[in-house]
Design a protein around this ligand. Structure first.
Ligand SMILES: Nc1nc2c(ncn2[C@@H]2O[C@H](COP(=O)(O)OP(=O)(O)OP(=O)(O)O)[C@@H](O)[C@H]2O)c(=O)[nH]1
Ligand SMILES: [Mg+2]
Length: 224
């Protein structure tokens, strides 16, 4: 066995609604290592976080735009065979969703400030996971977001969620066809996963990829 995400080890640490709070956080934390989830509202970011880290971590909802703050958690890795907890404190970020119609000017300005601060501050030891809806991949809002993200020297993983809603082989083929195109369009995409946060499809390999990333980032920082 090897290290894995320690179930229910998440601790809610901060809910940031102001860019200045985020700035202070990144000023105070040297080289935070972790994962940040981003995506259109309602694609299932919070549900996915709960599936990966333990049921009670993030708040989910039927109303799009529920997560308006940057919610920050810590979590642990552990090795079940050696019964060993990894000494590093890892960080988890649940970012507010983008691209839903009913937000006020004020709210979208706040989103812009928050996210600009976030993506300016994070370093390569934070893996960005862009969650998309497998039924409606690569929407305008997703494209805009990736265009916006390309300004920053970051790498990101793509997770197509709600795979359980793709009933037919034909539905799935549409998504598979998109894969090479997306990798070409977005050079900064590291890996693509097809998952269902609710039914658990595709989660084990996705989890392993995330853990590998964390351990590699940690080793790089330690050897600097
Ligand atoms: N069928 C299905 N439904 C899902 C899945 N993941 C999430 N959902 C549902 O999608 C809705 C939105 O989920 P959330 O996790 O709150 O979405 P979010 O991306 O965090 O939304 P915001 O916080 O508004 O940005 C909820 O009703 C979930 O139950 C999935 O894999 N399959
Ligand atoms: Mg959410």
């Amino acid at each position: 066995m090897a290290f894995q995400i320690r179930p229910a080890s998440t601790n809610f640490r901060y809910g940031f609604s102001e860019a200045s709070q985020l700035r202070d956080f990144f000023d105070g934390e040297v080289n935070p290592i972790g994962i940040a989830f981003t995506g259109r509202s309602n694609v299932g970011k919070s549900t996915l976080i709960n599936a990966l880290f333990g049921k009670q971590t993030a708040r989910t909802s039927k109303t799009p735009g529920r997560t308006r703050e940057v919610n920050v958690f810590t979590f642990e890795l552990f090795d079940p065979d050696l019964k060993e907890v990894h000494p590093t404190k890892f960080w988890l970020f649940d970012l507010p969703g983008y691209g839903h119609a009913q937000v006020s000017k004020e709210m979208s300005k706040n989103w812009d400030e928050l996210m600009t601060t976030f993506f300016t501050s994070v370093k390569e030891a934070i893996r960005i996971v862009n969650v998309q809806d497998a039924r409606h991949p690569d929407q305008d809002a997703d494209r805009q977001f990736h265009h916006w993200l390309s300004r920053y020297p970051l790498r990101c993983s793509l997770a197509f969620n709600k795979l359980d809603k793709l009933k037919t082989q034909k539905d799935r083929a549409v998504l598979n066809k998109l894969k090479p195109q997306l990798s070409k369009d977005y050079a900064f995409i590291r890996d693509i996963h097809f998952i269902s946060a609710e039914k658990g499809q595709g989660l084990p390999p996705f989890k392993s990829a995330l853990v590998s990333f964390l351990l590699e980032a940690q080793a790089r920082i330690e050897h600097k």
